[in-house]
Design a protein around this ligand. Structure first.
Ligand code: FOL
Length: 244
């Protein structure tokens, strides 16, 4: 079987795990959180610790051809302000029952967004476009490092919602959750699937909460886990990992 890329889920929730209201975010735009989302989903994974990367290797920024992917449902795609989509610097994969096709080209005419009929089809497509998904799949041990075919290599793959897509991803090889927790409640009509975040938070279930040091290391951020305040809304980021 084709090795599929591992998934990282990224989400922001209220204390009741609300994520959406009437097709958009329930809270006023939290700039620092959206900036965190953008930086982390764009940042390519670090080279595997063992590899002695030559200076002309694509892991080096100048020759950087590692791109991460974001997978989202059709409604989430439509919720992103048109001026921000496709999300820049990332391969956008949109899941829709209406099926496949191109969605957006960048300035060089390169396809940066495409539609697929299912999350699995999206992962297969990513594998197919950026490598054969077989012997060229690198960093198998860590599920990172990317696949190559032609120029662009696939880095990390993020699932960015909504509820339906999160649920599907949690039933797959999803190994990590980057969770922004807001300190107070907002009216919501869409919620994150039950039983994952609450369990992890309580130290039970299949998931465990990682330290802020591990969060910083994985994201390449500094102080990502610190409490922040914006528009009277307190929030902080935590990282959950699926137990092996
Ligand atoms: N995860 C977190 N932590 N916060 C979120 O708000 C969030 N939202 C989604 C998925 N995961 C999340 C889905 N909704 C944009 C807008 C809505 C959205 C996801 C992304 C967006 O416009 N992103 C721009 C940044 C815009 C800015 O900096 O103001 C991007 O380039 O990523």
């Amino acid at each position: 079987p084709l090795p599929l890329p591992r998934l990282t889920l990224i989400v922001a929730t209220t204390p009741a795990l609300g994520i959406g209201l009437r097709g958009t975010l329930p809270w006023p735009p939290l700039k620092p959180d959206l900036a965190f989302f953008a930086r982390v989903t764009k940042r390519p994974p670090p080279p595997p610790p063992s590899s002695k990367t030559p200076s002309n290797h694509p892991h080096n920024a100048e020759h950087g051809e590692i791109r991460n992917a974001v997978i989202m449902g059709r409604k989430t795609w439509e919720s992103i302000p048109t001026k921000f989509r496709p999300l820049r610097g990332r391969i956008n994969v949109v899941v829709s029952r209406q099926g496949g096709g191109a969605l957006g080209l960048d300035r060089d005419g390169e396809e940066v967004a495409f539609k697929v009929g299912s999350v699995e089809a999206g992962l297969r497509e990513l594998g197919g476009r950026f490598g054969d998904g077989g012997s060229e799949l690198e960093g198998k041990g860590e599920g990172e490092g990317g696949v190559r075919k032609g120029g662009v290599r696939l880095g990390r793959v993020f699932v960015i919602g909504g509820a339906e897509i999160y649920r599907i991803a949690l039933g797959m090889e999803c190994e990590r959750v980057l969770w922004t927790r807001l300190g107070r409640e907002f009216e919501c009509d869409t919620f994150f699937p039950e039983g994952v975040l609450e369990d992890a938070d309580a130290g039970g279930g299949e998931w465990e909460r990682k330290s802020s040091g591990e969060l910083d290391e994985w994201t390449g951020e500094e102080g990502a886990g610190e409490s922040r305040q914006e528009k009277d809304i307190e929030f902080r980021v935590v990282m959950m990992e699926r137990k092996r």
